[in-house]
Ligand binder design. Structure first.
Ligand SMILES: C[S@@+](CC[C@H](N)C(=O)[O-])C[C@H]1O[C@@H](n2cnc3c(N)ncnc32)[C@H](O)[C@@H]1O
Length: 340
């Protein structure tokens, strides 16, 4: 069985089709009460109707194929073993499983995993094992995984408490006071080293994350992790100062420049990290381009702006910056493919 191959070091309990490893924190777009409410109706309504009823604002994230737009870069296929770390509701797990590979989907939040479980059953995808565990406590030592997928997870690794994302946005007092006190870089590095150890000698990593120097951060777009503005591009010591003033804790959701990300991956052992640039961002990429391909860039519908004037300004900025000047240093997100 797939799960035995990759997690043989751990004696995991299996209950109702979910493997349980060492417990971690809690991370969800929904508050705990909302999660509990929808889970009661899930078996009865099925996944789509439940999401439509309880959290329609996330319907697209869960069911639209857009979120998995970068996966063709992985070129995955039948028989491969792919681990989706921080799988949440399975927006990438399901498209991966449809390619015929064996997938292990891991997340710390049981509520998210239960929705994924329901979807797997409805879509008749038996080639996925789901694991509820803390990624920081799992040792991938077997060198048996073909590919790892880390989509929007690395920046959350330094957290350790309860994150109900709804409370983050707009309301800064929602920031979790409990966090891992270790250096965020060290925590991310240790996590990536664990991933590296789990890969087969010819295995590869797919990693997607925001760019610390996304051009719109300089125009006041809030950091999607802590909701503060004008913080991502500051030197680390200033990030800490600002975050302590507004959130009462240091800045821990570290994102990187392309160079910073390459350095981190190299230190974790990876070689040959190829960076592509995702527009309008990695969450629902419309275009993923290499540096050489930037001439093909077409300004995207602006991510969050509703105001037509702002839309036009953004359009012009993006056209000049990316298509004409090819300044990838200011692209919104990175999609990285790295080899062991
Ligand atoms: C932004 S979501 C990304 C979800 C998914 N990869 C996607 O792109 O749709 C981050 C996910 O990582 C998970 N996560 C973060 N830190 C974790 C940890 N230490 N152990 C297990 N899961 C973790 C969270 O529970 C959450 O579901």
């Amino acid at each position: 069985m797939v799960i035995d191959d990759i997690l043989k070091e751990l004696s995991m309990q299996k209950k109702d089709g979910v493997y349980f490893g060492p417990a971690g924190g809690y991370w969800s777009n929904l508050n705990r009460e909302d999660n509990e409410r929808f889970l009661k109706e899930l078996p009865l309504l099925g996944s789509k109707k439940t999401v439509e009823k309880y959290f329609p604002e996330h319907f697209d994230v869960i069911f639209s194929p857009k979120r998995a737009g970068g996966l063709p870069l992985l070129n995955s296929g039948s028989g491969e073993l792919i681990v989706d770390v921080g799988c949440m509701w399975g927006a990438l797990t399901i498209p991966l499983a449809r390619t015929g590979c064996n997938v292990v989907a891991i997340d710390q939040t049981l509520e998210s995993i239960l929705l994924l479980k329901q979807r797997l059953m409805e879509d008749n995808l038996p080639n996925v094992d789901v694991v509820c565990a803390d990624l920081k406590k799992i040792g991938f030592k077997g060198s048996s995984v073909d590919k790892f997928v880390i989509n929007g997870v690395l920046e959350w690794i330094p957290e350790s408490g309860v994150i109900e994302l709804k409370k983050y946005y707009g309301k800064r007092q929602g920031a979790e006071k409990k966090y891992d006190k270790s250096d965020p870089y060290d925590l991310q590095l240790k996590f990536l080293k664990g991933i590296y150890n789990g890969l087969k000698p010819d295995g590869s990593l797919y990693l997607a994350i925001e760019n610390r120097y996304d051009i719109f951060n300089f125009f006041g777009m809030p950091d999607p992790h802590c909701s503060l503005r004008f913080i991502t591009f500051l030197p680390r010591f200033l990030q800490n100062m600002v975050s302590k003033v507004f959130l009462g804790r240091p800045y821990i959701n570290w994102t990187y420049s392309a160079g910073g990300l390459k350095k981190l991956l190299k230190e974790a052992g990876f070689c040959d990290a190829k960076i592509s640039y995702a527009f309008p961002d990695y969450r629902s990429p419309e275009q993923i381009l290499s540096k050489a391909g930037m001439g093909y860039y077409r300004p995207c519908k602006f991510r969050r702006a509703k105001n037509i004037f702002i839309k036009v300004v953004c359009y012009v900025i993006e056209d000049i910056l990316f298509r004409r000047l090819k300044l990838t240093a200011f692209a919104p997100s990175f999609v990285v493919l790295a080899k062991r």
